[in-house]
Design a protein around this ligand. Structure first.
Ligand code: EPS
Length: 404
C-alpha cells in the first residue's frame, strides 16, 4: 500500500510531503520531480503568484544515490512568497493590529472552513484550502508515475474545454471508439498538450480559448472547464468488486474529485452512457490472435471496478475560480451586514494546471493498486511478481476452460 501526507499553508514557509510504500531501487532524481512541478505551474490565465513561485523540490530523506531506499521519502517545496507574508503567517502570537479577513468569498472554502474550525480570521481557512497544496500532490504523484513507467504504464491528460470552448475535432471520440494508434500512450497525449499554453490539442481551439480567457479577464470574471486523463499500459486485474472501497473507478473518482474546484468526474462515457441503448454502448468482446480485446472503450478501461487493460479514460469538470475581480454579494462577518466580496490576487483560470494535478492523482491511485497486487520491498521483487502473473494470464484462461 502506498500513502502520502501533505502539510503546508499557501503563504507559509513551505509544503512538506511524506511518501510511503515506494519499493527500494527505483531510479529517480530531483529533475524528474521538478519537471512535473513546472508543468503544473504553466498555463495562460494564471495570476501573478506564479511569477513569484518557481517550485523546486528538496529531497530530505528516502532517496540515496539516485535510487529510492524503500523508506519514507520526505520532500520539501519552498513558498518563495513567504518572505512577503512572514508577519501575517507567523506562528507566534500577533501584535494588536494584525489584519484579519472578515468577508468570505462566495463559492470558496472561506465561510465553510471558518464555521467548521471556529476561526476568527478567514485567512486561516484560505491558507490550507488553497490549491497551493496541489504542488505536493504533483511531487508525490511524480514518484508514483516513475514507478509505473518501469512497468510500461503511462499517464497523460489534456484540456478538453475552457469556458465552454470545445475542440472542433473531437479527439475523445477516438479514445472511446478504440481507434488509437498502436504506439499511443497516455504520456504521448500530454506531450502534445504541453505544447499549448492552455493544454488543448488543436491550435484553432487554443486561439479561441485564449480569446475567451481575455474576455473573461476584462469582465473581472473567471472560467472553469473540462479535461481528460488517460492511463495506458495497465494490466488487467487492478482493483476489485470484492468491496465498495476496493473498486478502481471509485478510488480514481475520489482522487480526482478531491482536487480543488473539481465538481464532476466521469469514467469512460459517463453521463452519455446513461442515455444510450445498451446495444449502442456496451463494449463488445473480440478475439484477435487468441487474445481478447474490447471493440470499443465506452466503459473507460474499468469493468466491475477492475482494470480491463484498455486505456483508462476519465473526464473531470472544474468550476470557475472563486475569486472574482467583479465581486459578488457577500457578508461582513464582523457586522453581519451585506457587503461586496473582497478582491484578492488569484488565477483567472487554472484548468491546465488542474489537468496536470489530476494526472498525478491518477498515477498515484494506479500505482497504489499496482503495489497492492504486485507489491514487494524492492523494484526487482515487484517486477518478478508482475512478470510471473502477466505471462500466465492467457495460458491460465485456456487451461481453466479447456474441459468445457
Ligand atoms: C489560490 C490563489 C492564488 C493561486 C494559488 C491558489 O494564490 P495567491 O492567493 O497567493 O495569489 O496562485 O495557487 C498557487 C499558489 C499554486 O501554486 O497553485 C487559491 O486561493 O486557491
Amino acid at each position: 500500500m502506498l500513502r502520502f501526507l501533505t502539510a503546508g499553508e499557501s503563504h507559509g514557509k513551505a509544503l512538506t510531503t511524506i511518501v510511503e510504500g515506494i519499493p527500494s531501487n527505483l531510479p529517480i532524481d530531483r529533475e524528474y520531480i521538478n519537471f512535473h512541478l513546472k508543468r503544473r505551474q504553466a498555463g495562460y490565465g494564471r495570476g501573478s503568484r506564479m511569477k513569484i513561485e518557481k517550485d523546486e523540490v528538496e529531497i530530505n530523506s528516502g532517496i540515496r544515490h539516485g535510487k529510492t531506499l524503500g523508506y519514507p521519502i520526505a520532500l520539501n517545496i519552498k513558498n518563495r512568497d513567504w518572505v512577503n507574508w512572514k508577519t501575517l503567517m507567523s506562528e507566534s502570537v500577533p501584535g494588536e493590529n494584525q489584519e484579519k479577513v472578515v468577508i468570505p468569498r462566495p463559492a470558496h472554502a472561506d465561510l465553510a472552513g471558518t464555521i467548521k474550525y471556529n476561526f476568527s480570521d478567514i485567512r486561516n481557512s484560505i491558507e490550507r484550502s488553497s490549491a497551493r497544496e496541489t504542488a505536493s500532490r504533483v511531487a508525490a504523484g511524480s514518484i508514483a508515475r516513475r514507478l509505473l513507467e518501469e512497468f510500461g504504464i503511462s499517464v497523460g491528460s489534456y484540456v478538453e474545454s475552457i469556458g465552454n470552448v470545445f475542440p472542433h475535432n473531437n479527439f475523445s471520440e477516438k479514445l472511446f471508439s478504440n481507434e488509437l494508434a498502436e504506439d499511443f500512450t497516455g504520456w504521448s497525449i500530454s506531450e502534445v498538450a504541453d505544447l499549448s499554453s492552455v493544454r488543448v490539442l488543436e491550435q484553432v481551439q487554443e486561439e479561441e480559448v485564449i480569446e475567451r480567457i481575455r474576455h473573461s479577464k476584462k469582465r473581472g470574471d473567471t472560467l472553469g472547464g473540462t479535461f481528460i486523463i488517460i492511463a495506458t499500459g495497465l494490466p488487467p486485474g487492478l482493483g476489485s468488486f470484492s468491496h465498495y472501497d476496493n473498486r478502481l473507478d471509485a478510488a480514481l473518482s475520489h482522487a480526482v474529485m478531491s482536487i480543488n474546484a473539481v465538481k464532476g468526474v466521469e469514467i469512460g462515457r459517463g453521463f452519455k452512457y446513461a442515455g444510450a441503448f445498451g446495444s449502442e454502448m456496451h463494449d463488445e468482446l473480440i478475439v484477435e490472435d487468441k487474445s481478447i480485446r474490447r471493440k470499443t472503450n465506452n466503459s473507460g478501461g474499468i469493468e466491475g471496478g477492475i482494470s480491463s487493460s484498455e486505456p483508462i479514460v476519465i473526464r473531470a469538470a472544474m468550476k470557475p475560480i472563486a475569486t472574482l475581480m467583479s465581486p459578488l454579494k457577500s457578508v461582513d462577518l464582523s457586522r453581519m451586514e451585506a457587503i461586496e466580496s473582497r478582491r484578492e490576487r488569484s488565477d483567472f483560470t487554472a484548468v491546465p494546471a488542474c489537468s496536470v494535478i489530476a494526472e498525478s492523482m491518477v498515477a498515484w491511485v494506479v500505482a497504489n493498486e499496482f503495489s497492492k497486487k504486485f507489491g514487494g520491498d524492492s523494484l526487482e521483487e515487484m517486477k518478478d511478481n508482475f512478470h510471473s502473473w502477466i505471462s500466465k494470464i492467457e495460458s491460465r484462461l485456456i487451461n481453466n476452460f479447456k474441459d468445457h
